[in-house]
Design a protein around this ligand. Structure first.
Ligand SMILES: [Cu+2]
Length: 497
């Protein structure tokens, strides 16, 4: 071979090799982002055992996929116990009438929101869900209720999507009073936004105390129209002078909303948990994160004038007779970290002696998700599906440090558990225990939360901005020894986000 030939060949080869050197990592990243046509969530990503005294690896062979494991589907309420409250819910694809505008969406028993499910604490609630006409299938998640795992309603994780003509029976005990809601967890970024949802209220035994007026206000935006209980504008509720009122506000949207009454109020409960010794405040809004709830307590003025509870700009609950203009939005939201007083009995566990501590660091980075290039949400630096699987053992005291450097707010929702907020931006909580199932984490913020791993299963721990979830902002909390037989992926009917 002459020198000239070699030079000529190198001239062709070198650019090709150069291009390959540039392309190979991209091809690798692209390939790593692809998901199989059918897979279980325990095959997703990598196990994260956290740090701390209990943070050992898969000790006795109970890791993901271990033989002899407990199936999610076996984690049910007592099958022998009869139901105290029974509901039949029929899901349908429908055209909704939103203030005279036709909006494509979904109904339960012919309406959106669906019927409010009412129960007393300790009841076993049974809901028979039938899919009449939602072509992609449905599943119902009981947001904020720590149900047995098989009843959690996440298509592809705790059950298969309920296809047209099929039924699913949910059975769970409501073991705490409070304001909750239910919504589809099948294609939720379409079905929840389209109105496949409703309220769920758990009262004390023998119903509400006293003669307080009870108001359930489901805030939802249909095709850009803000509504309360499916109606745009103001919602009128009768109340007599001097009467106390409890407004149960449920944010079913993708972003946080501010709520502010025209006068004095108390924040009686957050995410279904009563605040301990909630003080009377005014001129503060309450931030309700996506998926979150607040119960506001008000007393009707003795002089017969009305009260107004403004729910973001555009909707309001007007209590009593007469009219009053929207009060100006307070500058500051109520600081729930310092609101109320600590419970003398404490939290029921010691968050300063955790068995393990996890990081849940939310970011954004360029890469591929499901083969598509883009700027994607990341969890601990990883994009879907290569995200952490937070591994716990039953009985663990778990701490989690959440930080957000993604440029946007994320409503973080852990299924099956309530977590208590220990600190926000490093500032420790001093008020009533602030228990959440949905937490508003803004860009640049940190939260330290803690919970007891007391509900075995495989649980979603995801962003409740459902567009973000659909873009892969989804991780899971998994108990060692528990596995799911259900599958997700384009080769299955199950698409939980
Ligand atoms: Cu998000």
């Amino acid at each position: 071979m002459t020198g000239a030939t070699t030079r000529r060949r190198l001239k062709v080869l070198l650019p090709i090799l150069g291009a390959l050197a540039l392309l190979a990592p991209l091809v690798f990243m692209w390939q790593a982002s692809l998901v199989p046509k059918r897979f279980t969530v325990q095959e997703m990503g990598y196990p994260d055992y956290g740090v701390g005294p209990g943070a050992h690896g898969p000790g006795s062979g109970h890791g993901p996929g271990a033989a002899g494991s407990v199936s999610v589907s076996s984690l049910t309420a007592d099958p022998a116990r009869p139901a105290d409250k029974e509901y039949d819910l029929t899901a349908a694809a429908a055209t909704l009438d939103i203030g005279g505008r036709a909006v494509p969406g979904f109904t339960l028993n012919g309406s959106s929101p669906g019927p409010t499910i009412e129960a007393e604490v300790g009841d076993l609630v049974e809901v028979r869900l039938r899919n009449e006409s939602v072509p992609e299938g449905v599943a119902l998640h009981w947001h904020g209720i720590d149900v047995p795992n098989a009843m959690d309603g996440v298509a592809g994780v705790t059950q298969d999507a309920v296809m047209v003509g099929a039924e699913f029976r949910y059975r769970f005990v409501v073991d705490r009073v409070g304001t909750y809601w239910y919504h589809s967890h099948q294609l939720s970024h379409e079905q929840v936004i389209g109105g496949l949802l409703g309220a769920l209220v758990v009262q004390p035994k023998r119903g509400p105390v006293g003669n307080a007026v009870e108001v359930v206000a489901v805030a939802h935006t249909y095709a850009g129209v803000k509504t309360l209980n499916g109606q745009p504008g103001d919602q009128r509720v009768a109340a007599r002078p001097g009467q106390s009122v409890r407004v149960r506000l449920i944010n079913t949207d993708n972003g946080p909303i501010e709520v502010w009454p025209s006068g004095e109020y108390r924040a009686l409960a957050i995410d279904g948990t009563d605040v301990h010794e909630p003080g009377v405040v005014r001129d503060y809004s309450v931030t309700v994160t996506a998926g979150g709830r607040v119960d506001l307590g008000l007393t009707m003025p003795a002089d017969g004038s009305p009260l107004r509870v403004q729910v973001s700009k555009g909707t309001a609950v007007i209590l009593g007779t007469g009219d009053l203009p929207a009060p100006p939005q307070p500058v500051e939201p109520l600081n729930l970290l310092a609101y109320g007083t600590p419970r003398p009995e404490g939290l029921g566990f010691d968050p300063n002696q955790p068995d393990r501590t996890f990081e849940y660091s939310i970011g954004r980075r360029p890469g591929f998700v499901r083969g598509w290039p883009g700027l994607w949400w990341s969890i601990n630096g990883h994009t879907f599906p290569n995200v952490p699987m937070f591994m716990v053992r039953e009985g663990d005291v778990v701490r989690m440090h959440i930080d957000d450097n993604s440029g946007e707010v994320h409503p973080m929702h852990l299924h099956g558990h309530h977590a208590v907020v220990l600190a926000h931006n490093g500032v420790r909580a001093t008020g009533s225990p602030w228990w959440v199932d949905s937490l508003n984490v803004r860009d640049g913020e940190t939260y330290d939360i803690a919970f007891v791993a007391d509900n075995p299963g495989v649980w979603m721990d995801h962003c409740h901005n459902l567009e973000h979830a659909a873009d892969g902002m989804v991780a899971h909390l998994m108990y060692e020894g528990v596995t799911t037989p259900y599958t997700i992926g384009r080769g299955t009917p199950n698409h939980p986000e």
